[in-house]
Ligand binder design. Structure first.
Ligand SMILES: C[S@@+](CC[C@H](N)C(=O)[O-])C[C@H]1O[C@@H](n2cnc3c(N)ncnc32)[C@H](O)[C@@H]1O
Length: 314
């Protein structure tokens, strides 16, 4: 009975959620991280050869489904559940632990729940963490793993997670200060969706990576991911989704900055996959015509796939 009461006091106040008001705030989370499948030890995932074959192509496309959040008022930058499903299926086994340091509306947690993976997601914003919890309670009743959303700065993740327990870090971080400006794209000009002239940023919190210019952003990402490297199992993958952007007619190469910074911090780049978004992009315009050729940033994004080398890089 005493044991039960002690455990009860340590349970999160709401299922799936830890925030500043919770006793578990900034303490180690008790969560599974070992395989529950019967795959051979040298397999990196539970896929059969036919499913593996489909992933050999380096350009991926996805569709949204009914559970996806596409309303920018709810969250300005979500990725499809099907994209998270593919990445998690490729780089983990059932029962293993997935981390999303910038979890937003909780897409990674939902996909993990579908796939029977344990998962922890972090976000600075309490409203997004509550949204994650809400989405998780509506989802899969047959889920045997645990998914938790935590409201905290990604810089504090090592306070919650034991070292070398994570099999996959999968995330879409803020894209430097891409969203922190008024929407003035021509493609939005004729649309009656209220987006023109709006700033779609998550917050103006000084810890929010989405208000930082590229150089400061890159160093902050490096600091966060260097700490995460100790939590990742050797040969565990870390997949980061980012686009580049155009600003004042200059290409801002976020993906190059991140590749260079994460290499400096001890990660090894394995693959660059292109997420082809032409099937879901809203409308394309004649940007730059007739004198200045620029491709539309919204038509594709990068999936940067790193891993933790089994021996540290010298
Ligand atoms: C691109 S969104 C992630 C969206 C997510 N993939 C989804 O499908 O909903 C990036 C998130 O990072 C969060 N964020 C920004 N700076 C942060 C920080 N320092 N620590 C934790 N989260 C942060 C923002 O609040 C935002 O929700």
């Amino acid at each position: 009975m005493e044991f039960l009461l002690a455990r009860k006091a340590k349970e999160p106040l709401l299922p799936h959620i830890i925030n500043e008001t919770c006793e578990l705030y900034q303490t180690k989370v008790s969560i599974g991280y070992t395989r529950t499948c019967t795959c051979k030890p040298n397999h990196i995932n539970c896929l059969i050869p036919k499913e593996w074959l489909k992933s050999q192509i380096g350009v991926w496309q996805f569709y949204y489904e009914g559970r996806d959040i596409r309303n920018k008022e709810v969250h300005p930058a979500t990725f499809p559940i099907s994209l998270a499903t593919k990445v998690i299926s490729l780089f983990t086994h059932e029962g293993e632990l997935v981390l999303d340091p910038f979890v937003g509306s909780g897409t990674t947690l939902l996909a993990s729940q579908d796939l029977n993976r344990n998962a922890i997601g972090f976000d600075l914003q309490d409203e997004y963490v509550k949204l994650c919890a809400e989405r998780l309670t509506k989802n899969n009743l047959f889920n045997k793993a645990q998914q938790i959303a935590i409201q905290d700065d990604a810089r504090n993740i090592d306070k919650y997670i034991e070292s070398e327990t994570i099999s996959l870090i999968w995330t879409s971080p803020p894209y430097a200060n891409l969203l922190n400006r008024e929407r003035k794209n021509k493609s939005r000009r004729n649309r009656d969706n209220g987006q023109l002239g709006k700033i779609e940023q998550y917050s103006q919190d000084t810890r929010d990576l989405g208000i930082m210019p590229l150089q400061e952003y890159t160093i902050s990402m490096g600091d966060i991911f260097e700490r995460l490297l100790t939590l990742l199992k050797p040969k565990g993958h870390c997949v980061i989704n980012v686009p580049d952007m155009w600003w004042e007619n200059e290409r801002i190469t976020i993906h190059i900055s991140l590749v260079e910074e994460l290499r400096r911090r001890g990660y090894e780049l394995r693959n660059i996959i292109i997420w082809d978004r032409t099937n879901i992009v809203n409308r394309i315009g004649i940007f730059g015509w007739p004198s200045n050729y620029i491709t539309m940033g919204t038509t594709f994004e990068y999936l940067l796939d790193f891993w933790k080398p089994s021996l540290p890089k010298l």
